[in-house]
Design a binder for this molecule. Structure first.
Ligand code: FAD
Length: 494
């Protein structure tokens, strides 16, 4: 009798899960396992918002497995030791898993494979969370890409695998199930009521992911090219209406592998009237290109594993970052005095998510107006985002700081007032997340300090007490950032 353990990690789904499908097809008994092992994540143990998501996602996965006559065996501790113990307890001769690409996980996985082999346990690993294996994508000289456009052009010439089919019917169960600490035993939910705001917004799990995709394809994708940057379309995330007009809100589902990019690719392709490889609709093209940015992020993380903590462009290592705890707190709490920045930061705290345009604005504000290191921002996002993802977060922050691949140049400094006017013209997004400004007329909503006294009084806003005055002057901080940048360029060539 052949028993196979299936080790679930960031692939918390049944569909398009090659490790699971191959095990179900080839083994006489399948034992699904989840191991809570934070050491494996190296310097990036899960943040609090991600733990909230993981808890609910595991609950949903366990339910889906039960419907197939199976179970999710949950354990905590060193993954290698746990897998060997479970293999012995179930007499499993093989372990299958889907690959991850974070540097610390990659090296731990190598050690685990060696230890399992030494114990006579066969290992098979599969690609499931990316469209293309980072190893397989190379430029003409055989090296990694560092610019998105040629990277994506090259990717589009490659074949995307079709989603893996899962055999129907119940999964073969072992004669005796090993003990499980249970999902509650992992204590993933926050002790304080901070995450209460996540519940009305999100629907973790494979079904929630499929639903978000269906909604987006039905009423978001056509206008995606024009609406994806509009903060005012993204004012209300809601679990019953996960596609909120602008973007798909699929990022946490993708991060935890409740849906795979190949499933999304196939669903978008099926929509297309064109029978060519790439869908013809502009919205579809732009949307798939965003999935391409995710691929690019993983490509960079794989080829430049030092980048979660070090700038890709080395000269930025000498950048004179500021350290000011009060300023950092004001940014974290959404009390900078710039409404569009504060709206983004408060959305992050309340919903565990922030619109991409807002992420770019708040990141630029932290690294350029406040001149705080992008690493500080990345760490706060890591703690508070439900979609915190080492590859995407590193790319996003290094892009914003100007020190990454294909990054925004350091000297391009977002003006938060102009960004607000352009992407939230009526102030809907600001009114939603900064309610103390809700009654200000649209012309002043992005710069309340310029409103006449009467308008402020009528809107019930006392600047400096109800809502802060700007913590920095835009023009002055812009000059200071440019001067700091020039000194870095002078001090370190290349
Ligand atoms: P959609 O617009 O619907 O896009 C679909 C999918 O494509 C997303 O779910 C995501 O997986 C991928 N995608 C979209 N934009 C990007 C991008 N710029 N880079 C990489 N992948 C992208 N995304 C994360 O998933 N986790 C993070 O920790 C993260 N941190 C970020 C930090 C900063 C400073 C910035 C500027 C961006 C960050 N992003 C991160 C990228 C992006 O903001 C989110 O992926 C996006 O807002 C998620 O919303 P959505 O699912 O509605 O995106």
């Amino acid at each position: 009798m052949k028993t196979t353990l299936v080790w679930f990690r960031q692939d918390l789904r049944l569909k398009d899960n090659p490790a699971l499908s191959v095990a179900v097809r080839s083994a006489d008994a399948v034992v699904p396992v989840y191991v809570w092992d934070q050491k494996r994540e190296g310097r990036w143990p899960l943040g609090s918002a991600s733990k909230w998501w993981l808890h609910h996602s595991l609950v949903r996965l366990a339910e889906s497995l039960r419907r197939r006559g199976s179970r999710l065996v949950v354990a905590a501790g060193d993954s290698t030791d746990t897998l060997i113990r479970l293999a012995r307890a179930t007499r499993a001769t093989s372990i299958y898993w889907n690959r991850r690409y974070e540097p610390s996980v990659v090296s731990s996985d190598r050690d685990t494979e060696a230890a399992l082999a030494a114990n006579g346990i066969a290992v098979r690993t599969f690609g499931a969370s990316l469209l293309f294996e980072p190893e397989d994508v190379r430029n003409k000289s055989g090296g990694p890409f560092q610019v998105f456009t040629p990277f994506w052009r090259h990717c589009l010439s490659l074949r995307v695998a079709v989603p893996e089919r899962l055999p129907s019917g119940p999964f073969a169960a072992p004669k005796r199930w090993p003990g499980s600490v249970g999902i509650k035993g992992l204590s993933l939910l926050p002790a304080v009521d901070w995450a209460n705001g996540f519940d009305p917004v999100w629907n973790p799990g494979e079904k929630g992911a499929a639903r978000a995709l269906r909604r987006f394809l039905a009423d978001g994708i056509d206008s995606y090219a024009t609406d994806r940057d509009r903060l005012d379309r993204a004012d209300r995330l809601n679990r019953d209406r996960p596609c909120h007009g602008g973007t798909s809100a699929l990022s946490p589902h993708l991060h935890f592998g409740e849906i795979g990019p190949r499933q999304i690719w196939a669903a978008v392709k099926a929509l297309s009237r064109d029978s060519g490889v790439f869908p013809s609709g502009r919205g579809a093209q732009v949307f798939l290109k965003e999935l391409g940015w995710r691929e690019f992020a993983y490509h960079l993380l794989w080829h430049f594993p030092r980048t979660p903590t070090e700038p890709l462009r080395e000269r930025f290592a000498a950048f004179p970052w500021q350290r000011d705890i009060a300023a950092r707190r004001a940014w974290q709490r959404g009390r900078t005095g710039y409404p569009i920045v504060d709206a983004g930061m408060r959305q992050l705290w309340a919903a565990g998510w922030m619109h991409n345009r807002a992420r770019m604005i708040v990141a630029s504000f932290l690294v350029k107006h406040l001149r705080h290191s992008w690493r500080e921002g990345a760490a706060w996002f890591w703690e508070t985002l439900v979609d915190a993802d080492l590859a995407n977060n590193t790319l996003g922050w290094q892009w914003s700081a100007g020190c990454g691949a294909d990054a925004a140049p350091y000297f391009r400094i977002f003006n938060p007032v102009r960004q607000g006017r352009k992407f939230d013209p009526g102030g809907t997004y600001v009114r939603r997340w900064v309610p103390e400004l809700a009654r200000l007329p649209a012309e002043y909503i992005h710069e309340p300090w310029s409103a006449p006294k009467e308008s402020l009084a009528e809107a019930g806003v006392a600047l400096g007490s109800d809502y802060p005055l700007p913590m920095v002057d835009h023009a002055a901080s812009r000059q200071a950032a440019l001067a700091a940048f020039k000194s870095t360029v002078r001090s370190r060539p290349g």
